[in-house]
Design a protein around this ligand. Structure first.
Ligand code: ATP
Length: 306
């Protein structure tokens, strides 16, 4: 659905995006992550035709933004980081105005405005001026605006920023369900739990691409694995045995549990289990603790900074 080849954007002396390439399939949720100033918003702006690249190629639904910008704008929905709405007209009229740009029948337009205002709990406030809405209400109105023409590609820059926990949960469920309608979602977020629960793949960027992979691939790539061992009795007496295994880089014991970090887990796990059993340990559980996206992200970003 989206193809990006060697894309670069320079603003005078600043290179915001440096030679990035990736592809996104239809109905994929693509998490786009990176520190402040990494080039995320600039990439969204190029993909949604708001600005032109300095060099490189973008293809959206088979079309070139330079030649078919109008078509691309008709199939994308955009929630920007700081969405502006017309503050002196009502929430309803904002949606009515924005949706009038698209080729949608009057009935469909009215139905969609009602659908999204109800979905985002704004129906009771539909006639109030948008300027009187709270921050979270404005964010929900902006999300409704991005969705009003039923876009096939949705660019979301921090969609749950400023939302209360219940609204954020509802928006996440909504994004997840978009897959059923084959909508492709390009999701920028600093909320790594949100990214890990929603994204099919994540792309970590800092001007250049650091990594593109699914969470499972990222977890499997990690050289050092964490394992939790639960014993029938107090765990401390097994520390000595574990310290003799040189691939174990970290050991922490508490009550009947030991957490270890180790390299070459596939080869060393059986060695660990055998050594413990040979010493008389009764092991209740031996589990790999999967790294969170946050741990993986911080690891990758720190390596990049070295
Ligand atoms: P954040 O997480 O803080 O929103 P981001 O990853 O979205 O950051 P961008 O907004 O894409 O980052 O900015 C990338 C770089 O490009 C920054 O150094 C920024 O200052 C610069 N930049 C973005 N837009 C412009 C512009 N119009 N003129 C000059 N520099 C710009």
């Amino acid at each position: 659905m989206i193809e990006v080849r060697n894309l670069t954007k320079k603003f005078e002396i600043v290179t915001a995006v440096d030679n990035i390439s990736f592809e996104i399939a239809e109905s994929e949720i693509f998490g786009f992550l990176g520190p402040n100033g990494a080039g995320k918003t600039t990439t969204i702006r190029m993909l949604s035709t708001l600005i032109s690249p300095t060099s490189g190629k973008i293809i959206v639904d088979g079309k070139d933004p330079q030649k078919d910008g109008g078509y691309i704008r008709s199939i994308v929905g955009l929630l920007t980081e700081t969405p502006g709405m017309y503050e002196k007209i009502s929430g309803y009229d904002n949606l009515d105005y924005y949706s009038s740009f698209y080729n949608v029948s009057d009935k469909k337009r009215k139905d969609n405005i009602k659908k999204y205002l109800k979905m985002f709990d704004l129906w009771d406030r539909k006639d109030d001026l948008a300027g009187t809405y709270s921050k979270g209400m404005k964010q929900k109105l902006a999300l409704a605006r991005a969705l009003i023409h039923e876009p096939r590609i949705l660019f979301l820059d921090e969609p749950t920023a400023g939302l209360d926990p219940e609204s954020a949960h509802m928006v996440r469920n909504f994004i997840e369900n978009l897959q059923k309608e084959k909508t492709t979602v390009f999701l920028c977020t600093h909320n790594l739990e949100e990214a890990s629960s929603l994204s099919d793949r994540v792309c970590i960027i800092k001007k250049k691409i650091i990594k593109i992979a699914s969470l499972t691939e990222l977890q499997n790539d990690k050289k050092s694995k964490k394992v939790e061992i639960v014993f029938k009795d107090n765990a401390r007496k097994y520390m000595k045995i574990l310290r003799q295994i040189k691939e174990i880089t970290d050991i922490e014991a508490q009550d009947n549990k030991i957490n270890i970090s180790l390299k070459n887990a596939e080869i060393i796990n059986p060695v660990v289990i055998k050594s413990l059993v040979d010493s008389g340990a009764e092991i209740l559980y031996f589990n790999e603790i999967k790294a969170s996206l946050e741990e993986i992200y911080l690891d990758l970003i720190r390596k990049e900074e070295k």
